[in-house]
Design a protein around this ligand. Structure first.
Ligand SMILES: NC(=O)c1ccc[n+]([C@@H]2O[C@H](COP(=O)([O-])OP(=O)(O)OC[C@H]3O[C@@H](n4cnc5c(N)ncnc54)[C@H](O)[C@@H]3O)[C@@H](O)[C@H]2O)c1
Length: 384
């Protein structure tokens, strides 16, 4: 199949900017993609970051420290924006007003008001295709769980647990950075940082959260700054959200849904997990054992857990055979394949093999805002 090129600009050349650039550089790893990204422009306030991109991508014709110049470039059709949270509203709105398609990083606005203004800009620019990042659902084992969800194989859901656990902040001497400051990361703390990853599958499954009781913890309250002075570290490190959820708006019954986001979880490096129990089946998956999918089917006979050794059975086919291992950067490639496939209008795409929509980011903001209130008032908060 011949591929049409979509010319991209990247704003924010840090960790996630590099993940996109390196995956765009190996786009031919995907089979039968209708579109391919070409990175033609890059922007960061730190020009020291330009050389890695320019050295690895010959297509880059513009390097700038001012995002407005990149948005004024008529060759740029789409933008990946990966900047600190306090800049999402300003830059995402400017991208849309410039008529460019947008892949924006989560949480898609530092707070609910910022998110609402971004969604307003999305509405005002209907020709722009807009999605938010979240890569874990593209792991083959998670896609397999989602196939079961779509086929209704769980029966009535009894309980579900989803979480994302880190230990990167366990060291109290790790210097503070923008992700640990309220003014740049937001009041949500770890929920803004990790929460969309945890919510993507529950939201896409159509589960309606009716109320939340949150327990939020600030464990390390001071960190050194770049000069070695100890300064306040006020963001929430860990969050446990006990939610009551319905399988859909019409369902009368509710089930407990526990969402955990932790930046201080000893022994966990980057553990994303999902567990669902229903009257006809159950599943367990964690990136701690990324090949292992545990499933249980209950049909009145023996209740037996099966261990499935998952390989590279991806939603978007690649040149890697199905028996080989799948990794983090493969999930980023799959997420980008989903963005490009949906941008091209390719149909039908599996519902769970699509990126987070702006409306789903609004749902996450409603939840995290309610969780902040729950913590403050020590109460269960209803979600409208
Ligand atoms: N999807 C994921 O798995 C994942 C992982 C980490 C971070 N993120 C998200 O990605 C976003 C960026 O995080 P990161 O880890 O890449 O951060 P980072 O600090 O590594 O990179 C952010 C970059 O933005 C640049 N920047 C700051 N102000 C700017 C401006 N006005 N114009 C242009 N560039 C500017 C900084 O110089 C920096 O290079 C955040 O929204 C974060 O939540 C997503």
């Amino acid at each position: 199949m011949s591929k049409k090129t979509v010319r991209f600009g990247i704003i924010g050349l840090g960790l996630m900017g590099r993940e996109f650039a390196s995956n765009a550089a190996r786009w031919n790893h995907l089979i039968d993609q209708p579109l391919q990204p070409e990175i033609v422009a890059i922007c960061d306030t730190n020009p020291a970051l330009f050389s890695w991109y320019a050295d690895s991508l010959a297509s880059i014709a513009q390097q700038t420290t001012d995002y407005r110049q990149l948005l004024g470039n008529p060759h740029v059709e789409a933008v990946f924006c990966a900047v600190p949270h306090h800049l999402h509203e300003e830059i995402y709105c400017a991208i849309l007003q410039a008529g460019k398609h947008l892949m924006g990083e989560k949480p898609f606005g530092i707070d609910r008001q910022a998110n609402a203004r971004i969604l307003q800009a999305v509405q005002e620019n209907p020709d722009c295709f807009v999605r938010c990042t979240s890569e874990f659902p593209f792991i083959p084992a998670v896609q397999r769980i989602c196939d079961r969800l779509q086929a209704g194989q769980f029966g009535r859901i009894i309980e579900a647990n989803a979480g994302f656990l880190h230990s990167s902040d366990l060291d109290p001497n790790k210097p503070i950075n923008w992700k640990r400051r309220i003014e740049t990361n937001g009041e949500y703390g770890c929920m803004g940082d990790l929460g969309m990853h945890v919510c993507h599958v529950p939201f896409r499954a159509g589960w309606q959260i009716t109320n939340v009781r949150a327990v939020l913890s600030n464990i390390v309250r001071e960190r050194p700054d770049k000069n070695g002075n100890r300064v306040p570290c006020e963001t929430w490190d860990n969050a446990t959200l006990l939610c009551e959820a319905r399988e859909n708006t019409a369902a009368a019954d509710t089930f407990p849904l526990t969402l955990k986001m932790q930046r201080i979880a000893p022994g966990e490096k980057n553990t994303w997990y999902l567990e669902i129990s229903g009257t006809r089946g159950a599943v367990r998956f964690s990136t701690k054992n990324p090949k292992l999918l545990k499933t249980l089917d209950y049909n009145g006979a023996e209740q037996a857990w099966q261990s499935i050794d998952m390989g590279n059975e991806t939603a978007y086919p690649t040149h890697t055979g199905a028996i080989f291992e799948f990794g983090f950067s493969d999930s980023i490639l799959q997420m980008w394949a989903a963005f490009m496939a949906e941008l091209s209008g390719t149909k039908p795409l599996k519902p769970f093999a699509r990126c987070v929509t702006p409306q789903e980011t609004a749902m996450s903001h409603a939840l995290f805002t309610a969780a902040l209130r729950s913590q403050q008032e020590q109460q269960t908060i209803r979600l409208d």
